[in-house]
Ligand binder design. Structure first.
Ligand SMILES: [Zn+2]
Length: 212
């Protein structure tokens, strides 16, 4: 994933760094404008008298990810900017039914995943409308698909194929189940265990379900 700078970015004054531990929500916006690109949106915001483009990041139809305010306090949702990261998406996803270009959607997914890695407390993903007073990012924005990311993220668990790769606290249980023939793995002997399965096996073992 590449994050580009806004060409000749305008910053009037000094941006305030976010307290990144306080960021708990990634907020998604549309532009409520069919064509405006990052420079045009920047101009609107500068004309508002703001320090810079209000969004922390901006994603064009073609999937280009621009750093707006980055990890500085944004201006996406009044009274909430100290604990959110705002991503603006080019386009009007409300007044006309359109579907988001794949390139823009994919960049959105990648940016959210990246931000959730560097901002450990940014667990929530919401549309601007979650905070009230707005229909943003619009009724045709693929909000569910993007917020399901969380579930996608949860599915991306580690896979453990060999006892040696399992977490230390689970090795005795996994070895026992293999010795007893309860766990065999596939034809290559790969166990294919994920984190959830391992936890359940260990709980069962502690409960004495698999014997001694
Ligand atoms: Zn918005």
């Amino acid at each position: 994933m590449k994050i580009s700078n806004i060409p000749n970015q305008i910053v009037k004054g000094i941006m305030t760094p976010l307290d990144t531990n306080k960021v708990d929500t990634i907020v998604l916006h549309h532009m409520a404008h069919k064509t405006a690109g990052v420079k045009e949106v920047e101009r609107w915001h500068i004309n508002n008298g703001w320090t810079a483009i209000g969004y922390n990041y901006f994603i064009s139809f073609d999937g280009t990810i621009y750093k707006g305010r980055g990890l500085n306090v944004g201006a996406g949702v009044a009274n909430h900017n100290s604990h959110i990261i705002s991503i603006g998406f080019q386009g009007d996803y409300h007044s006309v039914k359109i579907s988001m270009p794949d390139s823009q959607f994919e960049s959105g997914v990648q940016l959210i995943e990246y931000l959730q890695k560097i901002l450990p407390n940014a667990k929530r993903i919401e549309g601007h409308k979650y905070f009230g007073g707005s229909v943003c990012p619009g009724k045709y924005f693929p909000l569910d698909e993007m917020t399901k990311l969380k579930k996608r993220g949860e599915k991306m668990e580690n896979t453990y194929n060999k006892v040696n790769n399992c977490p230390e606290w689970s090795k005795a249980t996994v070895q026992k189940l293999m010795d007893k023939g309860y766990l065999k793995g596939d034809e290559k002997g790969n166990l294919g265990l994920n984190d959830t399965m391992i936890k359940i096996l260990v709980i069962n073992d502690r409960a004495g379900i698999y014997g001694n």
